[in-house]
Ligand binder design. Structure first.
Ligand code: IVH
Length: 706
């Protein structure tokens, strides 16, 4: 999916994505606290879900940018207290987005390439409205509704069975259904019902809802199902989770089967044989949008053939075989009151627009991202004009928009209403936090503070990252405590966490238990929790170091590759020489390019002392070979030559799904080379190194696809 609109996930550059993930983490964390702790939600459920989905999408596209404090890694967010949690037997997925006809063509062609479908062959897709509600999973066993669960974070949702039972569109019994059947679809509220509900609520002095989606969410997630019963919820079925027997061989027939079983399915569902038919269906649905009587926010296309869906498989949270073609973004004009600069863990300076609050598509927006200094100045990363070169100045009237699930952005500026004394915005060349020079490397759209650990913003963000969930995950030591310890000079570098007990434990002149908010017990617990984490898996440690470009996934790959700390540490030292074998090995690891390699080497050089001091305090557990039943689990594979039965992309996806790593070049660490016709230097190298070589037939047999 490529998008012309630079705001879509597919078109985000890494720097923008990184900033967005940071903002999302902040917004969602704040929302979590507001919701769970303060009981005063600052975001609607719907908006919360949207932002979370957005976060997942960006993470799926940029796994290396996934933050330690990623909202996707946090369970607290989803199931609210009061509802039992239900682990979905099959993940509830979200959808990648398309924002233009071009994106849809790319999607279809990408699938055809992946599956190697000939130009003369057709691939049918289905098209149907994307309902703007909340997804729900209904599990039936032997025809009986066993439970209904919300999506939650996709893995675990909330048990809303009692509430679901009050919805007319949800049958409690099915005839002739497979033994196990999970039906998935959307709970929504019709416009007329929404208006009537709000009138009733208003008349009684009770809470009214901002939009039908919020009303549906609020109604479904009632602890008292009798309240849900009075709320007119509806349900469309459009997908399924676990099933004991296939519903059909195509999406079209499967949906027809759901309808026969007694579910409402959408009347605008169409089967399309060509891209033109898909786009015509989009136009048809868009034309009916205003008179449908319920909210939709786009059109979902799905590959019709279920066997092909299976071959395409999933990315981390979205299927490769479906996409949501979103209706155009919602927009509004407001005033840009100021521009703040936030400094992140890696020193990136991110401009944030402070706006006069304005409602955009039902949500009040007071902040928006301004991407980077070029964006403010009216040019893109290649120096080409954007907005016809119009820059953005404080005091300007600006157009804010939200495209689909995204964080608000500034789209345009009204020059006619610009004050005559408005000054062009001067992007700071020093860090607002530490005054160090902030510089831009050639080719980087982001300006970064060079203060490193002397920059309080970077230092404290690095520490927060270090203790975050996917890193050291120390109970009782979160962002708040880190900030306080940092402010008082108790902890200024990661290794100092492990000397806290020595310095502030029992018998010391200053003691943790005497600090505000701490006591004997909590202090003891923290010291214990810290001790507990001296034993740390290698991958977590690598991730915790917070080296730029090294996310959780890359950290895991590095750990798997080098096995233990000593080998990894030695490699980082040796790879400082870009001519070295160690450097060549580093960049041969799948997923590690020169950018990450340079960042690793530089990170280790700059922080050598801290890293070694820290490592000496820890017991670093070597990486374990991945457990899996597959014959290629844990192996490193290389493909070369032409594959005839599947494309490279499919082969790679298959191999990874079976727990193997796919590398780009043959080395002593390669376990297996799959060589198709036309294999050249890689096959030769494999022969020299004694690496096992197999052909495509063997490969298919190996993965059980022969
Ligand atoms: S299919 C296989 N079809 O959109 C992927 N989703 O952005 C499962 N949604 O979480 C989703 N209408 O809540 C599908 N016709 C439709 C939909 C639909 C609305 C929602 C669903 C999903 C979200 C993804």
């Amino acid at each position: 999916m490529t998008a012309q609109d630079e705001t879509e996930v597919a078109a985000l550059d890494a720097a923008t994505a990184e900033r967005e993930l940071k903002r999302l983490a902040e917004i969602l964390q704040r929302a979590n606290i507001a919701y769970h702790t303060d009981d005063a939600p600052d975001l609607s459920d719907a908006e919360f879900d949207r932002l979370r989905a957005r976060n997942l999408e960006i993470e799926a596209r940029f796994p290396h940018l996934k933050r330690a404090d990623s909202p996707s890694a946090q369970v607290g967010a989803a199931p609210a207290a009061g509802f039992r949690k239900i682990r979905h037997q099959k993940r509830m997925l979200s959808l990648a987005n398309a924002f233009s006809d071009e994106d849809v063509r790319e999607f279809v062609q990408g699938i055809r390439r992946f599956l190697n479908i000939r130009d003369t062959e057709e691939t049918a897709f289905t098209a149907e409205p994307k309902i703007d509600g909340l997804s729900l999973s209904l599990r039936y066993e032997a025809g009986q509704l066993r439970y209904a669960a919300t999506r939650g974070d996709g893995e675990t949702g909330e048990d809303v069975t009692a509430n679901a039972c009050t919805v007319d569109d949800i049958p409690q019994q099915l005839k002739n259904a497979p033994e196990i059947l999970e039906v998935r679809g959307e709970i929504y509220m019709a416009h007329a019902d929404f208006r009537a509900l709000n009138e009733k609520q208003g008349a009684r002095g009770e809470k009214t809802f901002a939009n039908p989606r919020n009303a549906a969410a609020g109604s479904l997630r009632q602890l008292d199902a009798e309240i849900t019963r009075t709320r007119p919820l509806r349900f469309f079925a459009y997908a399924w989770g676990e099933i004991s027997a296939p519903l059909a061989t195509t999406q079209t027939d499967a949906v027809a089967r759901l309808s026969q079983l007694g579910f409402q399915t959408n009347p605008l569902f169409r089967r399309c044989r060509t891209i033109e038919e898909m786009l015509a269906s989009y136009a048809e649905i868009a034309a009916q949008r205003a008179t449908l009587g319920y909210d939709i926010d786009g059109v979902v296309y799905k590959l019709d053939d279920l066997a092909l869906q299976d071959r395409l498989g999933l990315r981390s949270t979205t299927p490769r075989w479906a996409i949501a073609h979103k209706f155009p973004a919602e927009r509004a004009w407001t005033v840009l009151e100021g521009i703040d600069i936030q400094v992140g863990r890696t020193g990136a300076l991110s401009p944030v627009a402070r706006l006069t609050p304005v409602t955009v598509g039902g949500v009040v927006v007071s902040n928006a991202t301004l991407h980077n200094e070029d964006y403010i100045a009216g040019r893109d990363s290649r120096g080409q004009p954007i907005r016809e070169g119009r820059d953005i100045r404080v005091g300007d009237r600006v157009e804010v928009y939200r495209a689909g699930d995204v964080i608000p952005k500034i789209r345009d500026v009204d020059l006619a209403r610009r004050a005559s004394d408005a000054e062009p915005y001067v992007f700071p060349e020093t860090c607002p936090e530490c005054d160090s020079p902030a510089i831009r490397e050639p080719g980087d759209s982001v300006r970064r503070c060079t203060g490193g650990m002397i920059c309080p913003a970077q230092a404290v963000e690095r520490l927060k990252h270090f203790v975050s969930r996917a890193a050291f995950d120390i109970d009782g030591l979160g962002a708040k405590q880190i900030e306080a310890f940092w402010r008082d000079g108790w902890v200024s570098a990661p290794h100092e966490i492990f000397t806290l007990r020595e310095r502030f434990g029992p018998g010391q002149p200053r003691q943790l238990r005497n600090r505000d908010g701490w006591g004997e017990k909590s202090a003891q617990n923290l010291f214990d929790a810290i001790e507990d984490k001296r034993r740390i898996p290698l991958a977590r440690l690598i991730f915790a170091l917070g080296i730029r470009h090294v996310g959780e996934t890359s950290a895991a790959m590095l750990a798997a590759h080098y096995g233990d700390w000593e080998s990894f540490r030695a490699a980082m030292r040796a790879a400082a020489d870009p001519e070295s074998a160690a450097y060549a090995e580093l960049i041969s690891i799948d997923g590690v390019g020169p950018v990450m390699a340079r960042s690793l080497v530089a990170g280790f050089a700059a922080e050598a002392e801290e890293i070694d001091t820290l490592a000496a305090m820890l017991e670093i557990q070597p990486a374990e070979a991945r457990e899996s039943d597959s014959p290629i689990a844990g192996q490193t594979l290389v493909f070369t030559g032409t594959l005839e039965r599947m494309t490279r992309a499919e082969a790679k996806a298959r191999a990874e799904a079976l727990g193997a790593k796919v590398a780009g070049s043959v080395s002593a660490r390669t376990d297996l080379l799959i060589a198709g016709p036309g294999a050249g230097s890689k096959a030769k190298k494999a022969a020299e190194l004694g690496v096992k070589v197999i052909d495509e037939e063997d490969w298919l047999a190996l993965i059980g696809a022969a």
